[in-house]
Design a binder for this molecule. Structure first.
Ligand code: VG1
Ligand code: CO
Length: 557
């Protein structure tokens, strides 16, 4: 094939955040913006990691993905990649890309998604790169890519026509080829190996159990019917918003109590279903609900870990180890302790779990931000989390006769609290604040940390320690610093602040609040009520209102 050399100039601001590069679509549509980043990536990888190699390309179906796919394919070919496997119409969820990279032994893959951020001409676009074990590229790579975006002068593009992504099959262009694949089949095969599908089917096909899954018009729309309906016996009307749309039907494809309001209303309404779940733009997040009951993601991962061995065949010898991101509540720590499992606390973002999994130290992990997953792949996995929960409920009810009262989602959670205690948890997000004020607040907090010492009194709380979280990877010894300011008190309560690394405008402040409650008689309290004193303390110690000018958070989870 003929390769064109396209002259270009560096473009500012192409540094990746918590999970890939995210900007407004309009920014990505500027001439050479995406092309520069993709070329900088090839300039950063060792040639043996892609020359004549295999890469995977997926995406969540959002606006601009079609154009972007063509740009990525042509630059990959221009840099000597041998073959690209791409999901039909450019669709493949983040977890499915990770699964396909692993199964097909690819060198890596791209995901065209800004995840839970809204899509459409006025909204966001994004790109993530995953490496050969299917995990998000580590900071050592993303830092190199950023460095190369600052000095780029040439893009190598194959002179080939646009590839038709609407039909399955292989198209050859000299030494380069593109294979359009079904985005579901490899992923479905993996799920069938991880879970006991007949156990799940026994629950989903019961007439006394009602299930609902909200795909939020995002990528899991492509997976929900083949998996839940065709394979597992759920009824067709149990899938809502099941068609992926370029603008997610004007929605914000973030499965939480604010943005998945339709589902929440159904679950809290009169005679609601027994089980509800939703997933985000690219299919890696999940929200789990019972009838009139919300499972916090921090509890969710702990409960999955505690029940995995009996309910999920993949874990039949027990999980190897557990891990959570730093702001995620300590509910998982309690399970690790009780089961005597190795336990790890890593910075926010899935890329920090991969090394531990590759080293065989970690099986189940999660983040408070609606991310849950395991070492079956190297990404968090929304549909996996839903199947894990249904497996747990199905296992508990497998001997129940029709008409007998079933063990519910809230029964499982309350039983867990009774055994382990309850970690009350809440996160306040202040989205799109002025960057200046937000940065000043973080500086102020760091200063406060440097002056603080054990025993300092904050109202009724005594400080155990305060720091700005630093993580040293136990496998490759790489260090990630400044990962969030935390105040940890002697009773285990925690107040944490960090700035989001996934927004596309301004700064988003995240405030995380946690308090442990061993007393069962207090477990039914509303989290906002239970946490009120600590929330007030967090707001006053950070001077958040003064620095950001915000009276109220945009989102509470
Ligand atoms: C957020 C979450 C983090 C998650 C990341 C990517 O990052 O807090 O836990 O891993 O999004 O999720 P931040 O930096 O905005 O807090 V996804 O589903 O957007 O790829
Ligand atoms: Co996502």
């Amino acid at each position: 094939i003929k390769i064109k050399s396209v002259p270009t100039k560096p473009i500012e601001g192409q540094k990746t955040g918590t999970s890939g590069l995210r900007k407004k679509v309009k920014v990505f549509m500027q001439e050479n913006y995406l092309a520069n980043w993709i070329q900088a990536l090839f300039n950063s990888l060792p040639p043996e990691d892609f020359e004549n190699g295999l890469l995977v390309l997926g995406g969540d179906g959002r606006y601009f993905n079609r154009e972007a796919a063509q740009i990525i394919i042509k630059i990959a070919a221009g840099n000597g990649v041998g073959k690209i496997l791409v999901g039909k119409e450019g669709i493949m969820s983040t977890p499915a890309v990770s699964a396909v990279i692993r199964k097909r032994k690819a060198n890596g893959g791209f995901i065209m998604s800004a995840s839970h951020n809204p899509g459409g001409p006025e909204y966001d676009w994004g790109i993530k790169f995953n490496y050969s074990s299917g995990q998000p590229a580590p900071e050592s790579i993303t830092d190199k890519i950023y460095g190369n975006t600052l000095s780029i002068s040439e893009i190598k593009m194959a002179d080939i026509p646009d590839v038709d992504l609407s039909n399955l099959g292989v198209t050859k262009y000299g030494n380069f080829s593109v294979e359009v694949v079904d985005p579901v089949s490899d992923y479905l095969e993996l799920m069938e190996n991880v879970f006991d599908f007949s156990l799940i089917r026994s629950l989903l096909s019961r007439s006394d159990f009602r299930f609902i899954f909200d795909a939020m018009h995002a990528v899991t729309g492509a997976y929900a019917i083949p998996i839940f309906v065709d394979k597992l016996g759920a009824s067709l009307d149990s899938i809502s918003n099941g068609v992926p749309l370029e603008d997610f039907g004007h929605g914000h494809p973030d499965p939480n109590l604010t943005y998945a309001k339709d589902l929440v209303d159904i679950m809290y309404g009169e005679n609601g279903p027994d089980f509800g779940a939703a997933s985000d733009g690219d299919g890696d997040r999940n929200m789990i609900l019972g009838r009139g009951f919300f499972v916090t993601p921090s509890d969710s991962v702990a409960i999955i870990a505690a029940n995995a061995q009996e309910a999920i065949p993949y874990f039949k010898s027990g999980p190897k180890g557990l891990a959570r991101s730093m702001p995620t509540s300590g509910a998982l720590d309690c399970v690790a302790h009780k089961l005597s499992l190795p336990f790890f606390e890593v910075p926010t973002g899935w890329k920090f779990f991969g090394n531990l999994m590759d080293a065989g130290k970690l099986s189940i992990c999660g983040e408070e931000s609606f991310g849950t997953g395991s070492d079956h792949i190297r990404e968090k996995d929304g549909i996996w989390a839903v199947l894990a929960w249904i497996s747990i409920i199905a296992y508990r009810n497998k001997d129940k006769k029709p008409g007998e009262k079933l063990v519910s989602v809230s029964d499982v959670v309350k039983e867990h609290w009774a055994t382990y205690g309850r970690n009350f948890f809440s996160r306040y997000d202040y989205e799109e604040c002025e960057s200046e004020g937000a940065n000043k607040m973080v500086e102020y907090l760091r200063d406060l940390v440097s002056k603080s010492k054990a025993g300092d009194k904050y109202g009724n709380y005594a400080l155990q320690f305060a720091d700005d979280f630093t993580y040293t990877d136990p496998v490759d010894k790489s260090v990630a610093s400044k990962q969030g300011v935390r105040f940890v008190f002697t009773d285990g309560s925690r107040i944490i602040f960090r700035l989001s690394g996934t927004g596309s405008a301004g700064a988003t402040v995240r405030m995380y609040i946690e308090q442990f409650e061993p007393d069962v008689s207090k477990h039914d309290m509303d989290a906002q009520t239970a946490l009120k004193p600590l929330i007030d303390l967090a707001l006053s110690l950070s001077k958040l209102k003064d620095f950001t000018g915000r009276e109220k958070p945009t989102v509470i989870t």
